[in-house]
Write a protein that binds this ligand. Structure first.
Ligand code: HEC
Ligand code: HEC
Ligand code: HEC
Ligand code: HEC
Length: 449
């Protein structure tokens, strides 16, 4: 996608941080694999020809020496205006990139706990970085997740034009006003590459999104709808106007006037334009060949390091609180027969197909009891507990499966249990309890006792 963009015009490739690892803290058992993955991501960033990047709290959770070694090994252009290690700044506070005769100054910060280093306040570092960068045509700040309040103070103070924010809750598809600056989200880690275009306009002062007229008109329409609805509520049953509503109505009318005055017109001062490139990364974009090879090599390494035992049955290992579906079969043949026909019984095969069966990020929902009390922790232990078995829904039932049964396993009563896996993210929001439940219950509901 970056190559496609380069064909279209000058490009600066950025990463606002939180890309090397998904969250803090990283469980000890997963650390080795996370670091290997981070190395793959770092090499992808290097291959992309990245120009500027920052690191955030999630990245540092991989280990400070490890992350710094990755940065060196992959020549990553990290900036951090508020980081000091051993009395010195390990990375520059800013970088100025020149493209097509324009100088763009990038300033970046870090956050989180960085063992052995000091993460200073954002403001001072940023202000002095901007002072030091000399004359530039635009200042862009790269920020890993921060609270909106900190962001606002920072942006209000220091002459920043555009903020690229790694906070996944910020929209990646439209610039939002933050004081006189604008902010764009970076999207969810690794799942998105977004584009933002900067266009300098003859005599332009400051920046504005290129659809600002449409937006301002939308705002007027929204406020007008409020006026209309207040108008309907104004007259009380006794024929008199409601004073409270009358006051709100006045305010709402005033807001409409103000918003109308704010619609940019042709003769107002022209702004430089922030637009959005509409080509977000999806499967229609072919993999870059060098990267595709690196990903294949990573998967192969993950599978050859410890080749999975060929497992045939569904029986839990010794010492587990789980029993495994095979242990339920003799006493519940009908439920077993029905379960075998569901996609839950073949969930592991979906990972095998993609060589992801050793990937800690995948196994939790495609196997039984991973990470739960009495369940498994590491992908390497899964064996007979692969697939979404009976006990994914009924809970660990080894005691129940003994003869005679000594405990009664609960059955899911609502969607709560399902949502731990059908979480609206991995399943792309397909889950609909009413439609999905009949496919997994073992007999038509009206027949059940
Ligand atoms: C030795 C036979 C036996 C085995 C093995 C067995 N069950 Fe049961 N199960 C029973 C009996 C008997 C009942 C009915 C208990 C009752 O109604 O008091 C039952 C009931 C249940 C119920 C319904 C509980 C309720 O409150 O209505 C669930 C759910 C269940 N079993 C799940 C499992 C699962 C999961 C396994 C495998 C891990 C399993 N069973 C293994 C004999 C067994
Ligand atoms: C949070 C739980 C969860 C995690 C983690 C998870 N999955 Fe899934 N996966 C699901 C669910 C739920 C479905 C079924 C979605 C549906 O069809 O409604 C699914 C379906 C799939 C499918 C079948 C898609 C299809 O429609 O044929 C594949 C392949 C798959 N997942 C691979 C992966 C890989 C690879 C990973 C790790 C990167 C992963 N999953 C991590 C829950 C998860
Ligand atoms: C996807 C979740 C899910 C899985 C997997 C699952 N069950 Fe169930 N099971 C349910 C639900 C939901 C009910 C309650 C059905 C109802 O209320 O109509 C249930 C009910 C039961 C009952 C009570 C009697 C009945 O049939 O309604 C038994 C016994 C049972 N399950 C055994 C099993 C066994 C054995 C397996 C594995 C072979 C299994 N279940 C796998 C969700 C699941
Ligand atoms: C331990 C995780 C887990 C739990 C709990 C779970 N599921 Fe699933 N479910 C999956 C995965 C993973 C798949 C996709 C399997 C595949 O094809 O790879 C799936 C697939 C399904 C499908 C097949 C979707 C299709 O398009 O055919 C249905 C239906 C379903 N689940 C319903 C439920 C319901 C209802 C519950 C709760 C009662 C539930 N699941 C609980 C992980 C889970």
């Amino acid at each position: 996608m970056i190559s496609l963009a380069r064909d279209a015009g000058p490009v600066v490739v950025l990463d606002a941080g939180q890309s090397l690892a998904p969250a803090t803290p990283i469980p000890e058992a997963e650390l080795a694999q996370r670091r290997a993955k981070a190395d793959l991501i770092a090499s992808a960033l290097e291959t992309s020809g990245i120009d500027v990047m920052t690191l955030g709290s999630h990245d540092w959770a991989l280990g400070v020496p490890e992350v710094r070694a990755l940065v060196t090994a992959h020549h990553l252009p990290v900036i951090a205006a508020n980081l000091t290690c051993d009395g010195a700044a390990p990375y520059p506070a800013y970088r100025v990139v020149e493209r097509a005769g324009r100088r763009i100054g990038f300033v970046g910060v870090t956050n989180g706990v960085v063992d052995g280093c000091v993460v200073g306040p954002l403001r001072d570092g940023v202000v002095s970085a901007i002072e030091s960068m000399g004359p530039v045509d635009a200042v862009v700040a790269l920020l890993p997740t921060e609270t909106p309040d900190t962001l606002k103070t920072l942006v209000g103070l220091s002459g920043i034009d555009l903020v690229i924010d790694a906070d996944p809750s910020r929209r990646p598809d439209a610039a939002e006003a933050l004081g006189r600056a604008w902010a764009v989200g970076a999207g969810k880690r690794g799942q998105m590459v977004g584009g933002t275009t900067l266009t300098w306009v003859e005599g332009g002062v400051g920046w504005a999104p290129d659809d600002d007229v449409k937006r301002a008109q939308g705002e007027v329409a929204r406020l007008q709808r409020r006026v209309d609805s207040l108008n309907k509520r104004l007259i009380l049953p006794n024929g008199q106007p409601d004073p409270k509503v009358a006051k709100l109505l006045d305010e709402a009318k005033h807001a409409v006037d103000q918003a109308t005055a704010n619609i940019p017109t042709d003769d107002s001062t022209p702004h430089n334009r922030i637009g959005k490139a509409n080509n977000l990364l999806d499967t229609s974009v072919a993999d870059e060949p060098t990267l595709a090879k690196a990903v294949e090599a990573f998967k192969a390494q993950n599978t050859t390091e410890a080749p999975p035992e060929p497992v045939t049955g569904h029986l839990a290992p010794e010492g587990s609180a789980y029993a495994g579906s095979d242990a339920c079969r003799a006493c519940h043949p009908d439920e077993f027969a029905q379960w075998v026909g569901t996609r839950h019984a073949t969930a592991w095969a979906s990972l095998l197909k993609d060589h992801r069966e050793r990937d800690q990020e995948c196994v939790s929902c495609h196997a039984t009891g991973v990470g739960l009390p009495g369940g498994l922790l590491a992908a390497s232990e899964i064996a007979g507990l692969r697939d979404v078995q009976c006990e994914s829904c009924h809970g660990p039932s080894k005691e129940h499966a003994s003869v005679p049964p000594s405990q009664r396993p609960p059955s899911p009563k609502d969607a709560t249990m399902c949502l731990t896996c059908h979480d609206g993210k991995r399943d792309e929001g397909r889950f609909d309890f009413k439609a999905y439940l009949p496919k997994v219950v073992h007999r038509p509901r009206q027949d059940s006792k």
